[in-house]
Design a protein around this ligand. Structure first.
Ligand code: PBG
Length: 323
């Protein structure tokens, strides 16, 4: 009789034959930055995540580094008064986000810092691209994304993260960065980014929900899988260093598909709604927070993600440290 259970009979054997390993080095921790000082503002739909002012953010990063987290993605919370139709604040010389990039890299030269490139945090329309007569313009958006990326590269960002889903943006940004001498600035492309309701808490955090319409003309239809191959091929061809799938848990098949078809590293964004659901259920005592966190992250890794952007990063690191 075949007895597969023999390979599960002790923790030692189970660990020896474990097929998937997840460590804190695989995780990228999102951080939200707000202008000013001495600010640590709760985000009600994202428990234990805060909008930090730079002074306190520096301390938070120090704590995270001591827990072994070395890669971060930074998002700006921009005051409504600074938003306009062309997202001009995104590349303004006095932009607090760019200043934060400079200071973070100065204080922590060894961390990898990733940005977000899209118009939505800076746009009075709340869309990732330029809006004209209710339409999201593609080619006219590219120069804005280019200016945003170049400003971030000049400030010292390590990885540019285009999350806007405009066609041709990876090639446009790569060419511009190379032309300006930023050949070492990486691009992690949000390749298969779906029009998902799981982004709700993130848009609360940034106050960045679209003022009208939705994002379905540029973000992908959740019904589609083969289309992810088209998006990923274009991004790879245009010079992306890493390909991302987003969200993660409802799209494990897409993560697997990209892993099987591309030699570039694959990353996945375990998004705000996925994190918020676990907190909500744990608060009610319906699920065990730590176990669900570990199982979710492991599943994303098993599906094929090399790196995972996740709000769980700090809790995961703490748990590993205490173990
Ligand atoms: C901006 C952006 C979004 C997220 C990351 N970058 C929101 C959106 O596209 O509407 C979502 C992240 C999350 O939900 O955790 N384009």
């Amino acid at each position: 009789m075949h007895r597969p259970r023999r390979n599960r009979k002790s923790a030692a054997i189970r660990n020896m034959v474990a097929e998937t390993h997840l460590g804190v080095e695989h995780l990228i921790y999102p951080l939200f930055l707000v202008e000013g000082s001495n600010k640590k503002i709760e985000i009600s739909s994202l428990p234990n995540m805060y909008r930090w002012s730079l002074d306190l953010l520096l301390k938070e990063v120090e704590t995270c580094v001591s827990l072994g987290i070395h890669t971060f993605v930074l998002f700006p919370v921009v005051d409504e008064s600074k938003k306009d139709e062309i997202a001009s604040y995104s590349y303004a010389s006095d932009n607090f986000y760019l200043e934060a990039i400079r200071q973070l890299k100065e204080h922590f030269p060894h961390i990898e810092l990733m940005s977000d490139v899209a118009m939505d945090p800076y746009s009075s329309d709340g869309h990732d691209g330029l809006v004209k007569d209710g339409e999201i313009l593609n080619d006219e958006t590219l120069p804005i994304l280019g200016k945003m990326s170049l400003s971030q590269a000049q400030a010292g960002i390590d990885i540019i993260g285009p999350s806007d889903m405009m066609d041709g943006r990876v090639g446009y940004i790569r060419e511009l960065l190379d032309l300006e001498g930023y050949t070492q600035t990486s691009i992690m492309s949000y390749s298969a980014k779906y029009a998902s309701a799981f982004y709700g808490p993130f848009r609360d955090a940034l106050d960045s929900a679209p003022k009208h319409g939705d994002k379905k003309t540029y973000q992908m239809n959740p019904a589609n899988k083969r289309e992810a191959l088209i998006e990923a091929s274009l991004d790879a061809e245009e010079g992306a260093d890493m390909l991302m799938v987003k969200p993660a848990l409802a799209y494990l098949d897409v993560i697997h598909l990209l892993k099987e078809n591309f030699d570039l590293p694959i990353t996945a964004y375990n998004v705000s709604g996925e994190y918020a659901m676990v907190h909500a259920a744990a608060q009610k005592g319906w699920l065990d927070y730590d176990s669900i966190m570990l199982e979710s992250l492991l599943s994303i890794k098993r599906a094929g993600a090399d790196g995972i952007l996740t709000y769980f990063a700090k809790d995961f690191a703490q748990l590993k440290k205490d173990a």
